[in-house]
Ligand binder design. Structure first.
Ligand code: ARG
Length: 467
């Protein structure tokens, strides 16, 4: 087929059309500019459909062989960049079918028996999203491995734990890294849930109502790696939940990426100096030679805007659409493509940053002691050793903190006599709980920050990830 014949009377559906579409119509209608990214999935779907049509006797084996041969050639043309994409042919489905007709003639037209672009696009797009779910899962596994290494190496490193971004209590670097393991592992499980739920085949739902041909939907579902065919043809062609779920899980994952990136930006500043990000993920300034800018972290922090925007955009497209297919749904692809690209890039960059980053042990330890971070340990000692009610212990500790503050000194610079002036029953043993190391070592409750807990969690996660 030539471009011209497609224009004057579209052979896909042009039987009752006398005029070619207006140029603006062609521009607004065409999706080939972006849905060419579905080419591999479209060919996979057509192979499965053709084989099934052959198996149930709707197509001859000669036709199936010709289709298969033609699709192989098309796949090569696309891979090598030689495929003649045409906007007049609107989308990837019609581009491939027209090309197949160029190559094998009439058999190409029979491929569309018992199929519509509506179930075709739903199938292609689902396969594409499913491929990305698998990519994201692998990327998250790599990121988590980076955190586990950091946690293991820094299980004993002491750093400040914050609430309200105010120094609260000392924690360990390993514990902080493991918090992200939990977050990104939940993301993995959210993507896995979405994958399990979406894995039903729309193929064979045809335009909306199913078909009278004796097709075998179980067979095409199995050939494409789906668990089963979708049970309702109207739902099958109008469902885009799989894209929305991907975007939702991606948005939550992107908020985690953004929070981590924000910490990296803060931590790598001269004021904090908690970590050194590697040269591989930093940039210099063209005018200020001393600068090392955490550009990669900043861009990862920002990606959530596009990803969440994609989710809100597609939700808004889908709301209020009557069953079954409407052309509105062609607007589903670009946001998902962009979100998937952004997420993949951010996860790769972040994995590199996490693997390379070097915690600055001295700065972390000094900062861990700022702001009377072991005051709770002091109060806990009064409760434990003197059987003091926690509220009273809180009051005594507050008085001691005030005394230290007035002298601009840390808590462990107060003498025993100073302390006994406030609470006579205090003994020298209290000095043992005032260091940041003993504070973190003491927090052995399940889920607490103690270095031994961190090592146990690293081991538990390693086992889970291997198994
Ligand atoms: N390009 C279309 C899309 O992306 C394919 C389905 C077209 N179906 C139709 N009945 N016009 O949604």
């Amino acid at each position: 087929m030539t471009k011209d014949s497609a224009k004057s009377a579209n052979t896909m559906w042009g039987g009752r059309f006398a005029m070619a579409p207006d140029a603006i119509m062609e521009e607004i209608n065409a999706s080939i500019g972006f849905d060419q990214r579905l080419a591999a999935q479209d060919i996979r779907g057509s192979r499965a459909h053709a084989a099934m049509l052959g198996a149930v006797g709707i197509l001859t084996q000669d036709d199936v062989a010709a289709i298969s041969q033609g699709l192989d050639e098309i796949e090569t043309e696309i891979a090598e960049g030689n495929f003649p994409f045409s906007r007049a042919l609107e989308d990837i489905h019609m581009n491939i079918e027209a090309r197949l007709r160029d190559k094998i003639g009439d058999a190409a037209g029979r491929l569309h028996t018992a199929r519509s672009r509506n179930d075709q696009v739903a199938t292609d797009f689902k396969l594409w999203v499913r491929d990305r779910l698998d990519d994201v899962d692998a990327a998250l596994a790599g990121l988590i491995a980076g955190f586990l290494d950091q946690a293991e190496q820094g299980a004993d490193l002491v750093m400040p734990g914050f609430t309200h971004l105010q120094t609260a209590q000392p924690v360990t670097w390993g514990h902080h890294m493991m918090a992200y393991v939990e977050m990104f592992a939940r993301d993995r499980s959210r993507f896995a849930d979405a994958r399990a739920r979406m894995n039903e085949s729309p193929l064979g739902a045809a335009a909306l109502a199913g078909t009278g041909f004796p097709i075998d939907r179980e067979r095409t579902a199995a050939a494409l790696g789906f668990d089963r065919p979708a049970a309702n043809s109207l739902d099958a062609v109008s469902d885009r939940d799989f894209a929305l779920e991907f975007l939702s899980a991606a948005s939550i994952c992107a908020t985690h990426i953004s929070r981590l990136s924000e910490e990296l930006v803060i931590w790598s500043s001269a004021q904090f100096n908690f970590v050194r990000l590697s040269d591989r993920f930093s940039t210099g300034s063209s005018i200020m030679p001393q600068k090392r800018n955490p550009d990669a972290a900043e861009l990862c922090r920002a990606k959530v805007g596009r990803i969440m925007g994609a989710m809100v955009g597609l939700m808004t497209v889908m709301k209020g659409l009557p069953l079954a297919y409407s052309k509105d749904m062609q607007e589903d692809k670009e946001p998902v493509f962009d979100a998937a690209d952004s997420l993949g890039l951010a996860l790769s960059a972040l994995t590199g940053m996490v693997q390379d980053m070097q915690p600055n042990a001295d700065a972390l330890r000094v900062a861990a002691g700022h702001g009377y971070s072991t005051a709770t340990d002091l109060a806990d000692w009064l409760v434990r050793e003197l059987n003091m009610p926690f509220r009273d212990a809180h009051h005594v500790t507050g008085t001691l903190v005030k005394m230290a503050e007035d002298r601009a000194a840390p808590l462990d610079a107060l003498s025993l006599a100073d302390m006994q002036g406030v609470e006579p029953r205090i003994t020298a043993a209290i000095m043992d709980v005032l260091s940041v190391e003993s504070s973190t070592r003491s927090r052995t409750s399940y889920g607490g920050t103690a270095p031994d807990n961190v090592r146990a969690q690293v081991a538990r996660w390693r086992e889970r990830l291997a198994g």
